[in-house]
Structures are given as structure tokens and as C-alpha cells.
Design a protein around this ligand. Structure first.
Ligand SMILES: Cc1cc2nc3c(=O)[nH]c(=O)nc-3n(C[C@H](O)[C@H](O)[C@H](O)COP(=O)(O)OP(=O)(O)OC[C@H]3O[C@@H](n4cnc5c(N)ncnc54)[C@H](O)[C@@H]3O)c2cc1C
Length: 327
């Protein structure tokens, strides 16, 4: 099936926004990324599932995009159908201590909704950008808490079997990791079990977290959060600071002078700039500390150094061939 047939079909169904060659730099917090061959924003869960079933049946490569706050998209773009969840999965309800939400909802919004309902447990999420879907996939966390502590179950779409409810214990949650990528599950809705709390106290905790972030992170500069995972019990930021990397630049990508584990885009940075900087950091940290940093930011695009950017060569991995410490 060629691209125009894919587009014709998506438009015929009238399921929502469909665009050709959409620059993904518009949809990532890094403000980096070449075009998606097809970009679609289904308007409802039913439409989203219809698209997923059809892509799967016809072997068409696709990629699910939340808010793009944890990805580095290739400068060549993504030769696939990029499906945004931001319009489709937006329902939210509270029943007793249980909160159920569509995975297209912003995590910040979810945290505030819980607070308004007098429920605690999601305070940590108040300043993590991105959608609930991205947070599940990444088992996002901050301030000593993470998604696994509140998630009870997830409604997923599974290639070949369709919809089902996944218990949290089946989701393979661990530090900034889950089984979603490996199993190619798409998260549609999640139920979270929270605890009763005092709305005012919850708000105070949230304010403390937000203030801490303002002081310790490069607010106002395009970035994708922590570039490397913490090699526990160490902190990636400390190791990177230790090699004197704050302020290092490649092109328009720079190691933030505020937080060494953040790379900021000065305005014209390319994915290649960011990857080169990541490689340099990794090499120096390895030489000094014998610790191999693993990327937290996900690389979206063809395998670096190989592949021609065609649909078959897409690789949604942990970091563009960053395997050897010093390549
Ligand atoms: C300034 C800043 C601060 C940050 N601070 C933190 C922090 O403190 N803690 C932390 O954990 N992270 C942090 N992050 C990273 C990021 O915000 C989280 O990982 C977030 O959960 C990603 O959500 P997203 O919607 O942007 O996902 P995206 O970046 O759009 O996608 C991430 C991955 O999830 C997949 N995905 C998205 N939605 C779905 C779905 N519904 N079903 C299946 N797969 C899906 C995508 O395919 C992709 O592989 C920060 C980022 C920034 C920019």
C-alpha cells in the first residue's frame, strides 16, 4: 500500500486531522524532528482503534505520539503514520478513590483533578510534562514516586488481539521502563488507585515540587527532560557535571548550565547535534567513572548509520545505536 492510498483511506473515514509531511519539530518539546510522512489525530477512541486495526492488518508502520516530551526524532523524519492521542483519549472520571482517565490527558491536568477531588498520590506528577500514555510507557516519576505506585490497570490495544484490560502487575513496570514498547501495546485508558487527602495540603506539596523544578531545571528552553537514566544509585547529572560538561556544545545543542543531564536546543539544533553531544558525554563519563549511561530519551527514526529511512528501517529504540561507550 502506498502513501496516497493510506491518506485516501484515512480521509474517507473522516476520523479527524490527517496531514502529509507534518514537521514533527512542531510536536516535540525538543523542537527537533523531520517530517512524519502521515500525521493523524483521531477524534475518538473508536477512531483510533479503527486506524490501529487497519494499520496492523495492512502492515503499515505507525508510531504513537503523546506530547513528544521524551523523544528525539531524526532529522530525516519518520516514514510512517504518526498517530497523536491528544484529541482521542480525553475522558476523565473519579469514583471513590479510583480515578480513570484517557491516556491523551496531560499528566499535570490529571494531578490537579485528583487534588480537586481530595485524592493524594499524584502530586509527583504535577510538573512532569506529557500525557498519561507517555507516563505509563516510561513509568514516569519524580520526587521519589512513580506511576507504578498508583496504576491499578490499563485498557490496552494489543496487535493481533485488540482490546483488553491489563493489570498493573502485567505491565512490566521498572525504573523508567515498561513492557509497552516491547509488546507494542497501545495504552488507551488507565485506572489509578489514590488515597484520601486534604486538598490544601496536596496543593502545598505540589507547589514545593514545582518550585524545586524551577530552581533546578532549564525552564523556558526547548529540551526533553533527562537525557540519560540514572545509573542507580548514582545520578547521571552528577556524573556529567563531574566531567565538566555543563555548557558543552555541538551545533546549537548545549548541555544545560542549570542541569547537566538536560540538553537544550538553542533554536537551530538538529537531532544529529544532540546525538553527537550524547555520544561525547557517554564516552567521557565512561572513561572517568567506568559507568555506561543509558539514554532515557527515546530515539525515533531510522537506525543511525544504517538504513535508508524507509518504513522497514524505522527503529523506536533507546538511543540511535548508542551501544559502545566511545564510538
Ligand atoms: C522539562 C521536562 C521535564 C521532565 N521531567 C520528567 C520527570 O521528572 N520524570 C519523568 O519520568 N519524565 C520527565 N520528563 C520526560 C517526559 O515528560 C515523560 O517521559 C512523559 O511521561 C512522556 O510523555 P509524552 O506524552 O510526552 O510521551 P512521548 O514523548 O510522546 O512518547 C514517549 C514514548 O511513549 C509512547 N507512547 C505515548 N503515548 C502512548 C500510548 N498511549 N500508548 C503507547 N505508547 C505511547 C511513544 O510511542 C514513545 O515511545 C520530562 C520532560 C521534560 C521536557
Amino acid at each position: 500500500m502506498n502513501v496516497s492510498q493510506v491518506i485516501d483511506k484515512l480521509r474517507e473515514w473522516d476520523i479527524g486531522i490527517v496531514r502529509i509531511n507534518e514537521p514533527l519539530s512542531k510536536h516535540t518539546s525538543f523542537r527537533i524532528g523531520g517530517p512524519a510522512t502521515v500525521y493523524v489525530q483521531p477524534g475518538s477512541e473508536a477512531h483510533l482503534v479503527k486506524v490501529l486495526n487497519w494499520m496492523e492488518e495492512n502492515g503499515i508502520p505507525y508510531f504513537i505520539l503523546g506530547q513528544g516530551t521524551n523523544i528525539l526524532v531524526s532529522d530525516q523524519g519518520v516514514d510512517a503514520v504518526v498517530i497523536s492521542t491528544s484529541r482521542a483519549l480525553r475522558e476523565m472520571r473519579v469514583e471513590g478513590l479510583r480515578m480513570t482517565a484517557g491516556t491523551g490527558i496531560l499528566l499535570t491536568k490529571l494531578a490537579h483533578k485528583a487534588r480537586q477531588a481530595g485524592l493524594q498520590g499524584l502530586e509527583f506528577a504535577v510538573s512532569i510534562p506529557g500525557t498519561l500514555g507517555g507516563a505509563l510507557v516510561m513509568n514516569a516519576g519524580a520526587h521519589g514516586s512513580e506511576m507504578v505506585q498508583v496504576v491499578e490497570s490499563v485498557k490496552i490495544w494489543e496487535p493481533g488481539s485488540g482490546l483488553r484490560i491489563l493489570a498493573a502487575s502485567e505491565a512490566g513496570f521498572s525504573y523508567r521502563k515498561s513492557s509497552f514498547m516491547e509488546k507494542r501495546w497501545i495504552a488507551l485508558e488507565a485506572s489509578m488507585l489514590l488515597r484520601p487527602g486534604e486538598s490544601e495540603l496536596i496543593l502545598n506539596t505540589m507547589r514545593q515540587f514545582m518550585n524545586y523544578r524551577k530552581k533546578t531545571q532549564p525552564v523556558g528552553h526547548a529540551n526533553a527532560g533527562s537525557v540519560f537514566k540514572n545509573p542507580q544509585p548514582e545520578f547521571a547529572g552528577r556524573l556529567i557535571e563531574d566531567i565538566g560538561a555543563k555548557g558543552w556544545r555541538v551545533g546549537d545543542a548545549m548541555v544545560s548550565p542549570v542541569h547537566a543531564n538536560f540538553i537544550v536546543n538553542g533554536g537551530r539544533a538538529t537531532a544529529r547535534d544532540v546525538l553527537s553531544l550524547m555520544r561525547r558525554i557517554r564516552c567521557h563519563v565512561f572513561q572517568r567513572h567506568s559507568i555506561l549511561l543509558r539514554p532515557e530519551v527515546r530515539w525515533i527514526g531510522p537506525r543511525e548509520g544504517g538504513g535508508d529511512g524507509t518504513w522497514e528501517n524505522l527503529w523506536y529504540g533507546e538511543g540511535a545505536g548508542l551501544k559502545e561507550p566511545c564510538e
